[in-house]
Design a binder for this molecule. Structure first.
Ligand SMILES: Cc1cc2nc3c(=O)[nH]c(=O)nc-3n(C[C@H](O)[C@H](O)[C@H](O)COP(=O)(O)OP(=O)(O)OC[C@H]3O[C@@H](n4cnc5c(N)ncnc54)[C@H](O)[C@@H]3O)c2cc1C
Ligand code: SF4
Length: 261
């Protein structure tokens, strides 16, 4: 078939094949919409040439297709969540509420992750209160399959999702069989080497500024505050946007206006 979008129509065409008694994997689709006419809308002639190529390739592949059979395999019905921050705790709780066994692993003695360094969301929400509620819920769960106490990390992961428990029994640490792993190990704050950070005490990160505002508030007149954005991001080494600092800057700027005016 060379039309429509495989995303929406491939399952439909496959169902049609099955209804006709043909194996549904004996089906090939040339994606001349999403990967061609949509992206090359401004070059119709070149797009037509590409469409012909895509169709030629799909026809060649269709000639080599073989019928496939689906197999149902068993999976260990237990999840391992690595990282006891907000994301890890929420993932573990959500799975536990659905009735699955969960082991939550945290390398630090305390749950909570980076959120423990934060005070308010940009909307003014109370982060410590939220995190404490979450930790209480994790620690308070009584389901026999829920293990939310921080364990000091793990040595290694062995095996596959069907037979994960193939470790050497002489090791002192406890094995934990699981069919699913959720990695929620978070991120660390960038410690700048630029802009005199660490050399001049007036230069600080947004999180340090938030601490200062929380602890000292209006009693610490800051005078003029300059915020330097994108430090350590969007450069040649790390071209990505950190997606958190603009929000932090606005949040702290609003707080400064409230407390310092
Ligand atoms: C600089 C900065 C400023 C921020 N400011 C704000 C803000 O002002 N307001 C706001 O709402 N949000 C803010 N955020 C976002 C907020 O911190 C995150 O959205 C939230 O903390 C992410 O939670 P997480 O669970 O994904 O990761 P984290 O909180 O980082 O948790 C990850 C956890 O995994 C653990 N871990 C790591 N490796 C292992 C391992 N190998 N084994 C076991 N455990 C491991 C860590 O110890 C940690 O507890 C900020 C984030 C950053 C980085
Ligand atoms: S979130 Fe804002 S300050 Fe941070 S890297 Fe992106 S654009 Fe720059």
């Amino acid at each position: 078939v060379a039309s429509c979008s495989p995303k929406t129509h491939e399952p439909m065409f496959r169902e049609t094949l099955e209804a006709c008694g043909i194996n549904k994997y004996l089906f090939e689709m040339a994606n001349i919409r999403n990967q061609n006419s949509w992206v090359h809308a401004k070059s119709p002639e070149l797009a037509t040439r590409k469409a012909k190529d895509l169709i030629r390739m799909a026809v060649a592949r269709a000639g080599t297709l073989k019928p496939l059979r689906e197999r149902v395999i068993s999976v260990v019905q237990r999840a391992l969540v690595i990282g006891g921050g907000v994301a890890g705790m929420n993932a573990a709780l959500s799975l536990a509420r659905q009735g699955f066994d969960v082991a939550l692993i945290e390398k630090e003695p305390e749950l909570g992750g980076y959120s423990r360094n934060l005070h308010h969301t940009i909307e003014g929400g109370d982060i410590p209160a939220y995190v404490e509620r979450l930790i209480r819920e994790v620690r308070g769960r009584k389901d026999p399959g829920f293990h939310g106490r921080p364990r000091r990390g793990f040595r290694r992961i062995q095996g596959k999702f069907r037979n994960p428990d193939r470790r050497n029994r002489t090791e002192r640490s406890r094995p934990s069989a699981h069919g699913v792993i959720i990695v929620a190990t978070g991120a660390k704050e960038y410690r700048p080497e630029e802009y005199l950070y660490g050399k001049d005490e007036r230069v600080m990160t947004q999180v340090e500024l938030a601490h200062l505002l929380e602890e000292k508030g209006a009693i610490s007149p800051l005078g003029t505050v300059v915020m330097i954005q994108c430090v350590g991001s969007r450069n040649e080494e790390y071209p990505e946007c950190s997606r958190i600092c603009c929000q932090n800057a606005v949040k702290n700027a609003l707080r400064i206006k409230e407390t310092q005016s």
